[in-house]
Design a protein around this ligand. Structure first.
Ligand SMILES: *Cc1c(COP(=O)(O)O)cnc(C)c1O
Length: 364
């Protein structure tokens, strides 16, 4: 048993050695470490959120709509605009962030879970927390998922839940839709699910895996309003999947898990999504500029389809450079990859501040 826990505490043995999710919450002037949208909601949007929430207050003595039907209908309509596909509320599920979506999937379906690493650290962590085994398949040296890795995943018979993050966090690259289709087909034939984590889809130039749902009912697409939608504080994630998948998720959800305030706020944000799309475009342009500037400093830059960039090729260790930047008031992310750091795209001022601090650190 780990020394961390006292003897009187009957903590589960399989949890005792784990560490909780923890992006350091330090006070820095420029915070570019958790991939949030740096632009806060506009005045107009803040006002329509306030009115929407206000309308709920008289009914706060009552439980919320357990099935969040209106919100799921709005999400379906918003996705129809994005993909051109007709989706119904019964093929959408909504929860408190996509992490809750991931947990529900892992609670509802049997077998081990598998992922292509490095990738999002919560996939293996939640897998272990619910008591399942985690199977790791290494991405290539360039962090790609190719035919080889896909064949390995299809052959991993124990894994009934396969995670693929695209664009991938923390590396930023996307997996081609034809490879996703191949993976889904292989998994379908042995009764396994493919969970495509599209937390950064709005920043990507690739088509969404939602477009494959009609042919492969074993695809589950997980999305979030935390990144592109500038809504991380409100906690709203959603799942797009076959209605039988959604029915299975309903078995494991907690009653009234999504508060009426969250449902109302998310609906108001969706009604104003046009304004957010402008920010997404601006962030994608800033990303390309920042990637170019990092390249000009002689650093190794990984091509990104998301709102962050992974880079390496500096002479210090990742820990040292991370600390140097923090001393200069800029917080970025050490993702545990040797010699590499990840920076979230901020406002233009924040990106400039990061570049100034970085230049001093890598040259100084
Ligand atoms: C940020 C992130 C999420 C989780 O977002 P929520 O805030 O819980 O919706 C899920 N997957 C990936 C890959 C992420 O980077």
């Amino acid at each position: 048993m780990s020394a961390k826990w006292p003897n009187w505490l009957p903590i589960r043995k399989d949890l005792a050695t784990l560490t909780p999710y923890g992006a350091p919450q330090v006070n820095a002037k420029v915070r570019l470490n958790t991939n949030e949208n740096p632009y806060s909601l506009s005045r107009e949007l803040q006002e329509s959120l306030t009115s929407a929430i206000k309308r709920e207050l008289a009914d706060l003595n009552r439980y919320p709509d357990r099935d969040a039907i209106k919100l799921r209908t709005d999400l379906a309509n918003s996705l129809r605009d994005e993909t051109g596909l007709t989706l119904e509320a019964n093929s959408i599920w909504a929860a408190n962030g996509s992490n809750e979506i991931i947990q529900s999937i892992l609670l509802a379906f049997e077998g081990a879970a598998l992922g292509f690493e490095p990738s999002y650290s919560m996939h293996p962590l939640i897998t272990k927390v619910v008591g399942k085994n985690w199977v790791s398949i290494a991405r290539t040296a360039d962090y790609e998922v190719t035919k080889n890795e896909i064949e390995l995943a299809i052959k991993s018979d124990d894994a009934k839940i396969v995670f693929l993050t695209t664009p991938n966090n923390p590396t930023g690259n996307s997996t081609d839709i034809s490879l996703i289709e191949k993976l889904a087909g292989g998994l379908m034939s042995r009764g396994a699910l493919l969970v495509v984590d599209e937390a950064y889809a709005e920043f990507s130039s690739q088509p969404s895996a939602i477009t494959l749902l009609g042919s492969y009912p074993n695809i589950l697409v997980s999305r979030t309003m935390s990144k592109a939608f500038a809504f991380a504080g409100a906690r709203l994630g959603y799942l797009v999947a076959d209605r039988k998948v959604i029915e299975a998720i309903e078995l494991v959800r907690l009653p009234y898990h999504l508060s009426s305030l969250t449902q109302a706020a998310a609906r108001a944000a969706l009604a104003n999504r046009g304004a957010l799309q402008i920010d997404v475009k601006r962030l994608s342009e800033s990303r390309d500029q920042l990637a170019k500037a990092l390249g000009e400093l002689g650093l190794t830059v990984y091509a990104s389809d998301a709102n962050f960039i992974l880079f390496g090729g500096f002479r210090q260790s990742a820990e040292e450079l991370w600390r140097n930047l923090l001393d200069k008031g800029v917080l970025i992310r050490d993702v545990g990859l040797a010699g590499k750091l990840r920076v979230t795209i901020g406002t233009e001022d924040e990106n400039r501040a990061f570049l100034v601090a970085l230049k001093q650190s890598v040259r100084g």
